[in-house]
Design a protein. Structure first.
Lengths: 374, 368
């Protein structure tokens, strides 16, 4: 026990001595939350668009106006030919163009239902799809307006009955993507700090050669690992709190659920990421390798955690793999606690899964570490 | 400059890289795995949406409406006729992402009123999913209206034409983007760490007393990573092109040249960091913060730049990957030529020259 305390003390000193490094780990949560929180927007806004107007009627002007006023599009002006549209798209200046055909107004009044062409830059499929949906909605709303104006009293229109979907967005009425992303960033932060730093701080001693010196002292390898892990766990815990504060102060996002539950589940989750770090240290002989091994696992576990790609969207095989990913469970937990205030009674399955993964990973990594040394 | 000494340094560095085969395996395997994952697993388009249906009307009309939802590929009915008191629990247990409620007077209202409301509650904690759900259900409603009012047509139609990527396949978007990320990862991260490592282990002094010039030492360290970065990006290109069918419309030579330019930019970042950092973990953290994070998040690799706040749009213009993404997507998907891409190319060129000059100067002064 005494020896364990000494090692912990030594680790803290080493961390404290490296000023710049300390600065970097404490600035990291802020930068991550600010950059990621603002940058990761799954909502599509300000799509640059232009219009070719071959009709120049009052109707085509109303279409143009409707596109000018919405926040979904940024209107870049009138173009005269399709060639110009192609050139602008090649230079990434516009993403969407509307081609209003000649005699649009005349054809509409005749009831010929003319086609307005929408040219969309399809490179970013998601943006293209969403922009197209926006365009559709704008045009549909406009047409409903026209129908109402033209159809008052018209007998034919009285027979038309339309259904209208009236949506209520629960838990996130303004559809802010930060509400979804920021808790995810906290999870990512906890994962990267614990796994990266653990792996590198153990391997560093190997690389510099001080691990052998430690081995000839009476310190047991379990004590060594715990001594390495506990200070980092403390650092990670502090960082988590900084992150929670930053999320609240910068984005006004405070958790609805219980802080104690989150702390408890964070510790359960940290066991698996610390285990990953120790595991990486047994594989690696240089810090570079340790970093790459952890980096490798981190990227995949974050991609497959449902952080920004919902797991239901993935193919079945990949979905099965995600059950083996501890981050998946923590991602659910932290979002539920933050946004819905879900209690532990509905989260026990995730908690159980994280406990099992944590114990298995940490214990097997430690055993592997001991074997390597013996 | 490029004499025998330089060649032997390059040889030594290559040996270092090859001997460390674990890292080498990761460098080769990781991009391929990421490509497969991105190609197959990543789509923001929702499928298998769990839905709860509540039918207060229980009429032939409402059943016809619900039948359309059941028949669609997008939805998976998770619960039926749940009482309203259970709604919250349904969301908290994550059994259902949305709840559709058809009101009592649905059938009557359909006969008499111009518009009939259907209530939809969506768990919007994932706003992107919420948007898709709303879009799909509006399509269901439009389809239902069209079937009930066959004589009715809208005044005009929108006819979409998708350029460059008619099937909206996400591989077209991700393969070029992935090349930008991987190259930076290898060139910036590996370079910075490789140099700092010699400092940390103490071998840097040994090299410095040798007759080699500091510039030769740095360049010699850099050459293997240029080769590695290039091999990796060609690997991704080949798999992307032949396996995922991502086209290369523009000139392949032009593409190769711009790849090399971008590798240089990454290396110059790595060099700069290595002159500042003294330990590997500091170098790694600094690289992570200064290059990798912005490259993945702010370059338009996944998240569109125009949707970001204005400040970040300006920041994104400094990030080299933003410009490289324009180049590589332009060449591969749009067949853009040099003339379309003058601005981003100039930017990358100037940036790399400035960074390399600064870091070589700094490296020299720190040694004396």
């Amino acid at each position: 026990m005494q020896r364990l305390l000494y090692i912990i003390q030594k680790e803290f000193r080493q961390i404290a001595r490296e000023r710049v490094f300390l600065l970097v780990i404490f600035i990291m949560p802020f930068i991550q939350i600010v950059v990621l929180g603002f940058a990761i927007t799954t909502d599509i806004r300000n799509v640059s668009m232009a219009i070719i107007d071959y009709d120049r009627s009052s109707m085509s002007r109303r279409i143009t106006d409707a596109f000018r006023v919405t926040g979904s599009f940024r209107y870049r002006g009138v173009l005269s030919t399709e060639r110009e549209v192609a050139r602008r798209m090649n230079r990434d200046e516009i993403k969407l163009a509307l081609v209003i055909p000649r005699h649009l107004e005349r054809d509409v009044k005749r009831g010929a239902s003319p086609a307005v062409q929408v040219l969309v830059d399809g490179v970013d499929g998601n943006t293209a799809g969403v922009a197209l949906a926006y365009a559709n909605r704008i045009v549909q709303d406009l047409q409903r307006e026209w129908l109402r104006e033209a159809g008052t009293g018209a007998g034919e229109l009285r027979n038309i009955h339309l259904t209208e979907v009236e949506t209520r967005m629960v838990y996130n009425p303004a559809l802010e993507s930060t509400n979804n992303i920021v808790p995810g960033i906290l999870a990512m932060l906890l994962m990267t700090i614990t796994s990266f730093l653990t792996g590198m701080s153990i391997v560093r001693e190997k690389e510099i050669g001080t691990l052998e010196q430690l081995m000839v002292t009476p310190v047991r390898s379990t004590e060594l690992i715990l001594g390495k892990v506990i200070p980092l766990l403390v650092v990670a815990f502090v960082l988590l709190n900084i992150g929670i504060l930053a999320a609240g102060l910068i984005f006004g996002l405070w958790m609805k659920g219980s802080l104690i539950t989150l702390y408890l589940l964070s510790i359960l989750f940290s066991m698996s990421s610390l285990g990953l770090g120790v595991f990486a240290s047994t594989l690696a002989n240089t810090q570079q390798q340790a970093m790459f091994v952890t980096w490798f696992f981190t990227i995949f576990s974050i991609l497959l955690s449902g952080f920004f790609i919902p797991i239901e969207n993935m193919p079945r095989v990949v979905q099965v793999i995600t059950y083996l990913n501890p981050v998946r469970y923590f991602m659910v937990v932290i979002r539920e606690i933050y946004l819905k205030g879900t209690g532990l009674d509905l989260l026990w399955k995730e908690a159980l899964a994280m406990t099992i993964f944590g114990l298995v990973m940490f214990v097997s990594a430690t055993v592997r570490f001991q074997k390597r040394l013996g | 400059m490029f004499d025998r000494i330089f060649l032997s340094i390059v040889k030594k560095e290559f040996l270092h890289v090859v001997r460390d085969w674990q890292t080498l395996v990761i460098i080769i395997v990781m991009p391929v795995l990421m490509l497969l994952l991105f190609g197959y697993a990543i789509t923001l388009e929702m499928r298998q949406i769990t839905i709860a249906l509540v039918d207060h009307s229980r009429s032939p009309e409402s059943r016809a409406f619900l039948e359309r939802i059941r028949a669609s590929d997008f939805f998976e009915v998770a619960a039926v006729n749940v009482p309203e008191a259970q709604f919250e629990r349904l969301f908290q247990e994550r059994r259902s992402r949305c709840i559709l409620v058809i009101p009592h007077d649905f059938a009557r209202s359909l006969e008499q009123d111009a518009e009939t409301d259907i209530q939809l509650l969506i768990d919007a904690s994932d706003p992107n999913a919420a948007n898709y759900i709303q879009k799909y259900l509006m399509q269901v409603s439009t389809g239902y209206d069209a079937a009930r009012n066959p004589s009715f047509t809208m005044p005009l139609r929108l006819e979409p034409r998708l350029l460059y990527n008619p099937d909206l396949r996400s591989e077209y978007f991700f393969v070029p983007g992935l090349i930008a990320v991987i190259i930076l990862l290898i060139s910036a991260l590996l370079t910075s760490i490789a140099i700092v490592r010699e400092k940390e282990v103490g071998t840097m002094e040994q090299i410095l007393v040798s007759p080699a010039h500091p510039v030769q030492i740095i360049l010699g360290k850099v050459v293997p990573f240029i080769v590695l970065g290039f091999v990796d990006s060609v690997l991704i290109l080949v798999i992307g092109h032949f396996w995922f069918g991502v086209p290369i419309h523009g000139s392949v030579v032009f593409l190769g040249l711009s790849l090399i330019l971008y590798i240089f930019t990454g290396l110059s970042f790595g060099l700069l960091i290595s002159t500042v950092a003294n330990t590997q973990r500091l170098a790694m953290m600094a690289t992570l913060l200064a290059t990798i994070l912005p490259t993945i998040m702010l370059s338009g690799f996944i998240f569109p730049i125009p949707s970001m706040p204005v400040v970040f749009q300006y920041v994104s213009r400094i990030v080299p990957a933003t410009h490289f993404l324009r180049i590589i997507r332009g060449i591969m998907l749009k067949g853009s030529g040099v003339r379309d891409l003058v601005t981003p190319i100039t930017y990358l060129l100037v940036l790399s020259i400035v960074l390399i000059t600064v870091s070589v100067r700094k490296f020299n002064t720190r040694l004396e």
